[in-house]
Design a protein around this ligand. Structure first.
Ligand code: SF4
Length: 96
């Protein structure tokens, strides 16, 4: 029989957004847990399809202080999905 977990269910770590593991610039991300506007979720930057919530997320990107780093990351790693630097995948395909 396994020993009981010491971790209380209330103290389980919150799931990290995909950006939380990328480096220090993400600490300043407008979509990060400390700066994200109320009502938006990390998944709004990873939509299955574009919609009204995606448009709100892109508006947040427009004022994000690390927009350049975010877009550079997506371009150098070839991120195939999600909003990065305010651009969705189809838009990123046209960035040179
Ligand atoms: S540019 Fe947009 S997706 Fe990138 S870190 Fe900023 S808010 Fe997040």
């Amino acid at each position: 029989m396994a020993p009981p977990s010491r971790r209380s269910p209330r103290r389980q770590p919150r799931p990290l957004s995909h950006r939380a593991v990328l480096g220090c610039w993400t600490e300043h991300a407008a979509c990060g847990p400390w700066h994200r506007p109320r009502g938006l979720e990390p998944g709004d930057w990873q939509p299955d399809q574009l919609g009204a919530r995606t448009e709100l997320a892109i508006e947040v990107c427009a004022a994000c202080p690390v927009r350049g780093q975010c877009l550079r990351h997506a371009m150098t790693t070839g991120e195939p999905v999600g909003i990065w630097g305010g651009l969705h995948p189809e838009q990123r395909r046209h960035v040179t």
